[in-house]
Write a protein that binds this ligand. Structure first.
Ligand SMILES: Cc1ncc(COP(=O)(O)O)c(C=O)c1O
Length: 467
């Protein structure tokens, strides 16, 4: 069919670098007049979206974009060889029109999926009202968002940042300042931090110092001094390192995301709470990845019944726009003065307005309940469809943050899934497939994801037989 169509439109074929013309042509209506067995006249009507795609394809090709990235961008990312162009719900489309089921959500960011109409409207309305003013002035959206975060959590006050690592960086400074402020007679107040194996807190000099992977730290040393790593979940070992007068704060993810979807136990978090209280240290929960509805609870720590002194948030808070937040108790906040920290962009009207719309949707109890239900459904489907494969060691996680631990590298499986139209992530030591779909995902989409994963599993045998 596409061959006939293309022969009718040699100029289109000629102008565009399209490898999947059939997809682009699918949406259009084609009128053909045939007389004496020959095509004498043809016309085509394009919808606006198809026309836009056609024009874009004429200017860009995936190959050219990927070559451009190699030529002009600093090589910090090992990107998959596709160019994503647009998305709707849980579907993403590359420049060639190929459809992907998105189980990555921009690394646990796009909680409401792609092109959510309320989010798009909020962006448009606020962009037409006020985008940026800096923190020299007040703006309504910032205060409204802070109010929502405070009302819905343990916290009394909020500091906004632009990313997860910046939220943790602020938390580090707040903890140090808190120790100085609370111990005015100490010549050397506590300045050190405890973090855990498999932790990920970000890439800036403070956050990376608390990130366990040596490869992330060692090329940039000296990073912030005074970080001690202990085995995640090991109460006895942690007891020995949290020390009065030395430990300013303990940083922990209630569920480790990058580390491989590893969940803390209630007992471990309860122990951290009391050990911090005994030592005068602050307990910081990094919920940048696991917070904001991903577990089926608004805050991941709700599942454990333990509250922190500080909680850091980022990824999904503004549905895809860059934002971070540090939620603190009044006790912590009282140590912070004008000028102690700041950011030009943080808490801007546009991002905060969009975050309020996102938060209102996520924090709806029915929405959270649906995340729990869908998470259980996904886990059950994965166990059912993948569980018997000898490479699959464990399916774990809570809500819609799910890991499939393999006994080999997950990369060949991730690549094969992508080829088959499914986007998934790795985690851990590269041996975990991580699924963090948009929270609006449907059960049909989750079942399809599990099916594609199951269909692609044999690639792990092909790969191990190659080596
Ligand atoms: C738990 C956790 N903390 C912090 C970060 C850093 O966030 P960002 O990449 O926005 O700086 C991440 C990012 O993956 C994360 O998962």
């Amino acid at each position: 069919m596409s061959a006939i169509q293309l022969s009718l439109f040699p100029s289109i074929h000629h102008q565009c670098h399209i490898s999947r013309q059939s997809d682009l042509l699918r949406e259009r209506s084609l009128n053909v007049k045939i007389s004496n067995g020959r095509v004498t006249c043809a016309s085509v009507s394009l919808d606006t979206e198809s026309l836009k795609n056609l024009e874009k394809s004429a200017v860009h090709s995936s190959k050219k974009v990927i070559e451009g990235a190699a030529e002009f961008l600093v090589g910090t990312y090992a990107r998959a060889p596709i160019v994503l162009d647009h998305g709707k719900g849980c579907k993403l489309y590359d420049l060639d029109g190929k459809e992907y089921l998105d189980m990555t959500a921009g690394i646990a960011v796009n909680a409401l999926g792609h092109s959510d109409p309320d989010l798009v409207k909020a962006i448009e309305d606020q962009a037409n009202t006020l985008i940026h003013v800096s923190n020299i002035y007040h703006s309504i959206p910032q205060v409204e968002l802070a109010k929502r975060l405070v009302k819905g959590s343990f916290a009394d006050r909020v500091f906004f940042s632009n990313s997860g690592t910046e939220a943790n960086e602020a938390a580090i400074k707040f903890a140090r300042k808190f120790q100085r402020y609370s111990n005015p007679n100490e010549t050397e107040p506590a300045t050190e931090f405890v973090a855990f194996t498999n932790s990920f807190h970000g890439r800036t000099m403070g956050s990376v110092a608390l990130t366990s992977k040596v490869q992330y730290r060692s090329p940039f040393e000296p990073v912030m001094p005074g970080a001690t790593f202990v085995e995640y979940g090991n109460i006895q070992a942690t007891k020995e390192v949290i020390q009065k007068g030395k430990t300013a704060a303990v940083f922990v993810e209630p569920i480790q995301g990058e580390g491989g979807i590893l969940s803390a136990t209630k007992e471990f978090l309860q122990f951290l709470r009391s050990a911090c209280d005994d030592a005068g240290a602050l307990l910081v929960f990094d919920e940048v990845q696991c917070g904001l509805g991903r577990t089926g609870y608004l805050w991941a720590h709700e599942a454990f019944g333990v509250t922190p002194d500080i909680m850091t948030l980022a990824k999904p808070l503004a549905g895809g726009l860059p934002i971070g937040a540090v939620l603190v108790t009044e006790r912590v906040s009282s140590a912070i003065n004008y000028g102690d920290h700041g950011s030009t962009f943080a808490g801007g009207p546009l991002v905060c307005q969009v975050a309020s719309v996102t938060l209102d949707k996520i924090s709806n109890p029915d929405f959270l309940k649906s995340v729990q239900t869908k998470g259980n459904f996904l886990k059950q489907k994965l166990v059912e469809m993948l569980g018997r494969n000898p490479h699959v060691k464990e399916v774990r996680g809570m809500g819609l943050i799910i890991g499939i631990e393999l006994d080999v590298s997950a990369s060949p499986l991730v690549d094969a899934c992508r080829e088959s139209g499914l986007l998934v992530l790795t985690a851990g030591k590269g041996n975990v497939v991580r699924l963090v779909p948009p929270l609006i995902v449907t059960e049909q989409e989750l079942e399809l994801a599990a099916k594609i994963l199951a269909d692609c599993l044999p690639v792990l045998d092909e790969d191990s037989s190659k080596s």
